[in-house]
Design a protein. Structure first.
Lengths: 563, 266
């Protein structure tokens, strides 16, 4: 909502391109972009419906990669690869959505080390070193840069087709992204000259499309806008997300969200490991291509023949059947099941009350995944009115039109998403415990507060360390930032009342307030501190340790026990 | 001996838990940090516009709602077009479609056009809640003035709070008591030994239950209890036996927590 506040990630970083000048009088319709781990798409409301743009090769789904082989890096929008293998020579960087905003101790980063480009980790909690192979030299880059190059191409493509400047966007993001990762996405957009209106968790974009379809159907039947409850399961190459939405009259209210960094890439790697004759062949490009193809075919066949020639005399010839494939990927499928179960429970929805089960994303074609979801939700039939590969971008384009203030005479844009928080936000207190202030799955906008107090007599200062996540200990959560409150009046421990209030506005911006009160006083004794979070930068994994090394428990807080 | 120690340990965890997660108290206690100095966050400043003149203050008691007296709402006048409305809850002007500033005398029941009664059909709330949000949600007022966007943020937050409060039996009970001038202190310690014993045993059964079937069974028992106490609350409340009503609320609180515990384990 607050436009200027949302433009740039950090003042120390300059925005790569000048913002395009658009006419201020006409509301610019924001485009919707679905940045997938493996494929991207871009769509816009064309005045009567959502239109998905195509690239010069007439593709709606554009491979997400950037090659660095020439002087100028080129992304998958304009660049035509001679063949699939070319992506695997090391010159192309892809899977950026799996790497963005992660530090080199993250298991997801480690899982990316078998990719053909360079992902180097020092395991010290800084960003990994990522590089593409150009003329036998490693050219370093960052996930933000790769994403920005790709987004610039998408923007130029859209501008050429729409014959206008494109600046405002609604992007879809995985549910499990931390707020720090979201700032990295915004950063990449800023570098590409794009202004983020909304970052929408992917299944909530699908939920909006569903809300629109339901509204249209109920209009046709002249029925009342009765509420429909749906589970949305979205699984792509990088992430698996689940949402429960309650829809009525074009309003999609997100009841619960659940997500995790598990996806087709994990299935691919598990399967490659299973097929590879020796561990040194696991990262082979030909194996990757052959395995990917086999997995796709397994969605339609019970068993497939896999032939890989490694070109050095080694070869693999193997029959892979479904049950073997499912056994190899047991961990992935179990995680899918856990997410659906958790989401339903958080939404406090009984499976018998479910009206629809919607499955989208590339992995939703895998029979085992369909079986799991349909089994947990006790629904034989999966909702058929959406295209699994286009639903998210269509929803994002709808949201783009709605948040741009566009009205449709036929009521097609009479829509609203009431979001919920995907992860809890809270502070460190009671030792090394994470104390949520706003729990997960709270309706947004949200504002909650909690009272804390000092742990030492005459403690004059306290650290407010803000985390996001679900773990009970702070270490399992994402650090978002920290600040110190000073000037606490001398008093016995447990007496001062420190109020920590968190506010998430409609555009998902988080503000943390801290105030010091003494019993009986109605107003704070020192000025209230307000901090927009996250404030952390790369390498933030260190900060919490550094704070703990420097201050120990001297500036700790505990939750206030009211007497 | 052993049992007694266990009892003490459980009570202390129970009470800390109660304090750590006290959703209803924290939602009632709508903190407002008002800073009259200039800053970019209009959302915050406007959270409680009525007190924006004060230099810097925190209020913890939340808005106080006068009981009864606001039933006979006099007609309100739209700040924008001047047309008047007879509606109890004047959040949105039907003639010029502009959003109105928060009126603290409007209570949550009025927002949903409901009688001030504890018993209500929770299903009917959802529809009205969504209707309001379609008029008030901050996402949908981009083209309006800053002033009106602030009103939208306030009103939308209030409607959300109203919805949250009225949907759940427990928070609804506490709210309706509050409207009648009775603040329920849910932190109050339980002194009734029979109830204490029952809670202990319930907690033990929950912690010892292993499979989901067993837990489901306990849950339906607890929910039955919850329903009973909710009924007793209605009785006590309607006959103005407020002390008894408070007791009912306390019991509902405990069963509600037990339910949460079960769901966590499921």
């Amino acid at each position: 909502m607050a436009e200027p506040a949302y433009t740039v990630a950090s003042d120390s970083e300059n925005t790569g391109e000048e913002k395009s000048s658009s006419s201020p009088s006409l509301p610019e319709i924001a485009v919707g972009i679905d940045i997938g781990t493996s494929q991207c798409s871009i769509a816009v409301w064309n005045g009567s419906q959502v239109h998905i743009l195509r690239n010069t090769r007439n593709q709606k789904l554009i491979k997400s990669f950037v090659t660095f082989k020439d002087e100028v890096p080129a992304g998958g929008v304009s660049n035509q690869l001679a063949h699939e293998q070319e992506m695997l020579t090391g010159a192309a960087v892809f899977n950026m959505k799996r790497l963005i905003g992660r530090v080199d101790t993250d298991p997801v980063v480690h899982a990316s080390k078998s990719l053909p480009f360079l992902v180097q980790t020092l395991d010290i909690g800084v960003r990994p070193f990522i590089a593409a192979l150009v003329n036998n030299a490693w050219r370093s880059t960052t996930p933000e840069e790769v994403l920005a190059i790709f987004l610039v191409e998408l923007r130029l493509m859209a501008e050429a087709q729409l014959k206008r400047a494109v600046r405002n966007v609604v992007l879809t993001v995985p549910v499990s992204f931390s707020r720090f990762q979201l700032t990295r996405i915004e950063r990449a957009c800023a570098m590409a000259g794009l202004h983020v209106l909304r970052l929408m968790p992917e299944p909530t974009a699908v939920a909006l499309l569903y809300a629109q379809q339901q509204q249209m159907t109920s209009h046709d039947n002249m029925g009342s806008g009765s509420e429909r409850v749906a589970v949305i399961f979205n699984m792509g190459a990088g992430y698996c997300d689940v949402a429960v939405t309650a829809t009525a009259g074009g309003v999609s209210q997100i009841k619960a969200l659940a997500g995790s960094a598990v996806g087709g890439e994990d299935i691919l790697q598990n399967t490659m490991r299973h097929i590879a004759p020796r561990p040194d062949k696991e990262g082979s490009g030909s194996l990757r291509v052959a395995t990917q193809d086999a997995i796709h075919r397994l969605s339609k066949q019970d068993s497939v023949q896999i032939e890989v020639d490694f070109g050095d005399g080694d070869a693999v010839s193997k029959v892979l059947d479904r049950s073997e494939f499912e056994e190899v990927n047991k961990n992935v499928f179990e995680e899918c099941e856990r997410l659906v179960v958790q989401c339903l429970r958080d939404a406090k929805v009984d499976v018998d009350d479910l009206d629809d089960v919607i499955m989208v994303g590339g992995c939703s074609y895998i029979p085992k995944v369909r079986a799991i979801v349909s089994n947990v939700c006790k629904k034989e039939e999966i909702y058929k009115e959406v295209n699994p590969l286009e639903a998210a971008v269509r929803g994002a384009a709808l949201e783009g039109a709605v948040t741009s203030g566009i009205h449709d005479p036929f009521g097609s844009l009479d829509l609203l998403t009431i979001q919920a928080t995907a992860l809890a936000v809270g502070v460190r207190a009671n030792g090394n415990k994470f104390v949520p202030v706003i729990p997960r799955n709270t309706m947004v906008p949200a504002r909650r507060d909690l009272f804390f107090t000092t742990v030492h007599d005459d403690q004059k200062e306290a650290l407010i360390v803000v985390y996001e996540g679900e773990g009970e200990g702070v270490g399992e959560n994402h650090l978002l930032g920290y600040f110190k409150i000073v000037g606490i009046p001398a008093a016995a421990k447990g007496v001062p009342e420190i109020n920590v209030c968190m506010d998430i506005d409609a555009s998902n911006a988080l503000r943390v307030f801290a105030a010091v009160l003494m019993p009986g006083s109605k107003s704070p004794v020192v000025p209230v501190v307000e901090v927009r979070m996250p404030t952390v930068d790369d390498g933030h994994g260190w900060c919490a340790q550094a704070l703990s090394a420097k201050f120990g428990s001297a500036l700790d807080l505990v939750t206030l026990q009211r007497k | 001996m052993n049992r007694a120690r266990k009892l003490v340990a459980s009570i202390s965890t129970l009470s800390t838990r109660r304090r750590t997660y006290s959703p209803s108290s924290s939602t009632f206690r709508t903190i407002s940090i008002i800073n009259s100095q200039t800053h970019h966050s209009s959302r915050r400043e406007s959270f409680q516009p009525s007190s924006s003149a004060k230099p810097l203050c925190l209020r913890f008691s939340g808005r106080e709602f006068s009981s009864g007296s606001s039933d006979t709402t006099s007609s309100s006048v739209c700040w924008n077009c001047g047309s008047s409305s007879e509606k109890a809850a004047f959040l949105f002007c039907d003639s010029c479609r502009s959003i109105q500033p928060i009126d603290d005398s409007v209570d949550y029941f009025q927002i949903f056009d409901l009688e001030k009664k504890y018993e209500l059909d929770a299903g009917s709330l959802e529809g009205k809640y969504k209707d309001w949000q379609k008029k008030l949600h901050p996402d949908l007022v981009h083209n309006k003035s800053q002033k009106e966007r602030d009103y939208a943020a306030d009103q939308s937050a209030k409607v959300t709070e109203a919805y949250r409060t009225l949907t759940k039996r427990l928070s609804r009970a506490m709210y309706i008591m509050k409207l009648n001038g009775k603040n329920v202190n849910e932190e109050e310690t339980i002194t009734d030994p029979t109830l204490l014993m029952e809670i202990m045993e319930l907690r033990e059964t929950i912690s010892e239950a292993n499979d989901s079937k067993e837990l489901d069974q306990i849950r339906s028992q607890v929910q039955e209890k919850l329903k009973q106490w909710s009924d007793s609350f209605v009785e006590a409340f309607e006959s103005h036996r407020f002390d008894e009503a408070v007791k009912c609320i306390q019991r509902m609180t405990y069963y509600e927590r037990a339910c949460e515990e079960i769901v966590k384990k499921l």
